[in-house]
Design a protein around this ligand. Structure first.
Ligand SMILES: *[C@@H]1O[C@H](CO)[C@@H](O)[C@H](O)[C@H]1NC(C)=O
Ligand SMILES: *[C@@H]1O[C@H](CO)[C@@H](O)[C@H](O)[C@H]1NC(C)=O
Ligand SMILES: *[C@@H]1O[C@H](CO)[C@@H](O)[C@H](O)[C@H]1NC(C)=O
Length: 402
């Protein structure tokens, strides 16, 4: 003991010198790592993984059994699939009973098993998959260099927002810009252009007033917006709500996404988080989707298919991808893709979750160029198969290859 102390003391001057020299660098690196990890701490701090109590599991299994029976009764499931799912559920039940006496840690694996079973049930049910016939059966393989790069019409004074093109075949192909002009969080107007030429030249725009104030129930919050079938869909003022503003009738609808994190609870992040990106709307060949996260799913991404007319939630899948660990996400052909930061000028699609099969992979590597680290809105448009990015005041678009 004394010997060790002596050794330490004798080396102290050297150590101090080194520390003095390297300290700023070390502490910066540690701060970096800490900030990055802090996104994940939520799971631990809130004790969400720990109270894996059996009662909750029992409840979940009971609920799942009822849902399978229900889906079967409504003929959303054929008899043999229902049997398969029930068999799997029985085997989980048996495991739970056995484990109750022994190994508590395997509960994590069980919860994962239940989550997958739930997703399979969701995938068996029939959201209108006929639309997927036009889809390639393979995952995204390449993203082009930007085919559009343009500063938004309000310039760098309003660097936050979303942009795109009407997402439904058969609706007027408006190009749109949705700028968040109050505190970089709230928006009230939608700027549209009826042709690509007008959009590129920034002329003949039309400003549509959504609300008259930034702080009403239907004011736009955050950049999760999309224009589909002549309606604007977005997360609205300080709520877990999806709002719909019909451009033809100037009327509103809204629906609460159950348990959805909002107001920077579960935004997209890299080292820092992208403000109020909690609830992200997306449109693919099958229609409207909401991408968000819930405490119940430990802050991991949840995907809900929405009925674009009524806004009703049609189906919900739960992924195991922590929302604050990805920089954005979008839907293509019933597949959720998520992105991450590679470098200041490069982003990468690295994850895919297929709602048709319930399978996911995090081994994709499809990089694409960007202008700034700050990813505000990234979504796919099924009418032109392009990806639209709002990137700190800049509007970019890309061609996709499958
Ligand atoms: C911290 O992270 C940033 C990227 O966000 C990087 O540019 C910087 O070099 C990192 N600093 C250290 C000390 O690792
Ligand atoms: C993939 O996209 C990159 C640009 O991001 C481009 O340089 C490359 O040629 C593309 N590759 C293929 C096979 O299309
Ligand atoms: C588009 O909106 C009209 C009402 O304006 C509705 O009748 C129609 O079903 C919608 N189409 C889709 C694909 O949502």
């Amino acid at each position: 003991m004394v010997w060790v102390l002596l050794l330490l003391v004798s080396q102290l001057p050297l150590v101090t010198n080194l520390t003095h020299f390297k300290m700023p660098l070390f502490s910066a690196a540690i701060k970096n790592i800490t900030e990055h990890l802090s996104q994940f701490e939520y799971i631990n701090n809130r004790g969400l993984y720990n109270p894996l109590n059996f009662r909750l599991l029992d409840y979940e299994m009971g609920d799942l059994g009822t849902q399978i029976a229900d889906a079967h009764k409504k003929q959303a499931l054929d008899a043999s699939t229902a049997q398969d799912l029930n068999d799997e559920l029985s085997s989980i039940r048996l495991k739970v009973q056995n484990m109750q006496k022994y190994d508590k840690f395997n509960l994590l694996a069980l919860r994962e098993h239940i989550r997958k079973l739930k997703n399979r049930l969701e995938s068996c049910r029939t959201y209108d998959k006929t639309q997927l016939d036009q889809c390639s059966k393979v995952l995204l393989s390449n993203i082009s260099s930007p085919v559009v790069t343009q500063l938004n019409p309000y310039g760098t004074s309003y660097p936050f927002g979303a942009w795109g093109k009407e997402s439904r075949h058969g609706s007027p192909g408006l190009y749109w810009v949705q700028s968040l002009q109050s505190s970089n969080i709230y928006g009230i107007t939608l700027r549209t252009y009826s042709t690509f030429e007008d959009f590129v030249m920034s002329k003949n725009h039309k400003d549509i007033s959504v609300t008259s104030s930034y702080t009403t129930t239907y004011s736009i919050q955050g950049p999760g917006t999309v224009l589909y079938n002549e309606s604007l869909y977005y997360n609205c003022y300080k709520s877990p709500n999806v709002c719909k503003f019909d451009l033809k009738t100037n009327t509103f609808q809204h629906i609460a996404l159950q348990d959805a994190g909002h107001d920077n609870k579960f935004p997209y992040c890299y080292y820092s988080c992208y403000g109020t990106t909690d609830i992200d709307l997306s449109v693919d060949e099958t229609g409207l989707w909401a991408i968000y996260a819930t405490e119940e799913n430990y802050g991991n991404i949840v995907i809900s298919k929405l009925d674009s007319s009524t806004l009703a939630v049609v189906q919900t899948w739960k992924t195991k991808l922590f929302k604050k660990s990805v920089s954005n996400a979008f839907m293509v052909c019933g597949v959720l893709y998520a992105t991450r930061y590679l470098s200041p000028k490069l982003e990468e699609v690295f994850y895919a979750f297929d709602t048709v099969t319930g399978h996911d992979t995090n081994t994709l590597s499809v990089p694409f160029e960007k202008i700034s680290s700050d990813i505000q809105n990234l979504h796919y448009n099924p009418t032109d198969q392009r990806l639209y990015l709002f990137n700190y005041a800049y509007m970019l678009a890309y061609e996709l290859t499958f």
